[in-house]
Design a protein around this ligand. Structure first.
Ligand SMILES: NC(=O)c1ccc[n+]([C@@H]2O[C@H](COP(=O)([O-])OP(=O)(O)OC[C@H]3O[C@@H](n4cnc5c(N)ncnc54)[C@H](OP(=O)(O)O)[C@@H]3O)[C@@H](O)[C@H]2O)c1
Length: 291
């Protein structure tokens, strides 16, 4: 199944008044015509004053799967969305307003040719993306921030070698030592966070803030997203519902894998629905978490 919902607009169905948001400043606003043809509305990301705003983007099946796991020929979000063009547009639009795109190393390892830019997802719209980023005074491309404890990354991965796309790998001391033994292009910078065997998400956030980022887009995967959710750092979640049921399998992953959290700790992450739209059978939901 390739290219579902090709070229469809994301038709607005409902949105809440965003007046409740105490935002002094907003990233986004009216879209250039080519992008507005598909999104139909302005896209506004309220900017926090105390730290970078973190938005997250996932696509899920109706039964809550975001990854099919290693038993499948490929395990990426494309298989979840059925390679929905509308979902790729939504991802691209969010990348277009982001200063950095944060991904976990597990996600990086499943897509060896992926590059975390808007153009990579929607090449025909690259001119419109560039124009909007320039209008918003953003760097030509968002910085890719990869989080890895092990430093087990392939220096030949396309996402680590794309001209004009800076990459920062946030890792542990052991991860940095491992990377020092590999070959990486000059646009890859390694930053050690903390002294432990994981990257504390607070340190990750400090590094992201140190890059000058006001909007950080987390594209998962479930482990990294789980860490951010547990630390209450996610502001808005853009969730695409793809109209498929995949059923139960040991390798199927759900949206947030919150390591070590008890069920009661996992409860209470309530959010408000603030926007609903659809493109054919795909539904696009936007939730806002309470600070
Ligand atoms: N449907 C969707 O929208 C969507 C979105 C994203 C990903 N996915 C899918 O999800 C699957 C991957 O799942 P996953 O849970 O393994 O993804 P993940 O969170 O991207 O990767 C987990 C790995 O990321 C690193 N990591 C995450 N948090 C860390 C922390 N706090 N400190 C240090 N390292 C950290 C570790 O890397 P090391 O092992 O290197 O130490 C960890 O093993 C893939 O199949 C991918 O395609 C789907």
């Amino acid at each position: 199944m390739a290219g579902r919902s090709e070229g469809l607009a994301l038709e607005p169905l409902w949105h809440a008044s965003q007046g409740a948001v105490d935002a002094v400043d907003v990233r986004g606003g009216p879209l250039p015509a080519e992008l507005a043809n598909r999104y139909r509305d302005d896209l506004d990301i309220p900017l926090r004053q105390d730290r970078p705003t973190i938005i997250a983007n996932f696509v899920s099946t109706l039964d809550g799967a975001v990854a099919l796991g290693p038993s499948e020929p490929s395990a990426g979000g494309g298989e979840i969305s059925g390679f929905s063009d509308a979902d790729r547009f939504m991802m691209a639009l969010l990348r277009c307003v982001a200063d950095v795109v944060i991904v976990g190393a597990g996600t990086v390892r499943t897509g060896r040719r992926h590059i975390w830019t808007a153009d990579h997802l929607q090449p025909a719209l690259s001119g419109a993306f560039a124009a909007w980023r320039s209008e918003l005074w953003l760097a030509p491309q968002p910085t890719t921030v990869i989080v890895s404890a092990s430093g087990n990354l392939d220096g030949t991965h396309s996402g680590l070698n794309a001209p004009g796309v800076p990459v920062v790998v946030v890792t542990t001391r052991a991860g940095a030592e491992r990377m020092a033994m590999g070959l990486f292009s000059s646009n890859v910078r390694v930053q050690v966070a903390g002294d432990g065997d994981r990257v504390p998400v607070g340190s990750l956030l400090e590094i992201v803030a140190g890059l000058g980022a006001r909007v950080a887009l987390c594209e998962g995967g479930p482990h990294l997203f789980g860490d951010l959710i547990r630390a209450r750092l996610v502001d808005d979640l853009f969730l695409t519902l793809a109209p498929q049921i995949v059923g139960r399998d040991a390798n199927v992953k759900r949206l947030a894998l919150v390591e070590g959290a008890s069920v009661s700790e996992g409860r209470g992450r309530w959010s408000s629905l603030i926007d609903v739209r659809h493109a054919g059978d795909d539904v696009f939901l936007r939730y806002r978490f309470a600070p």
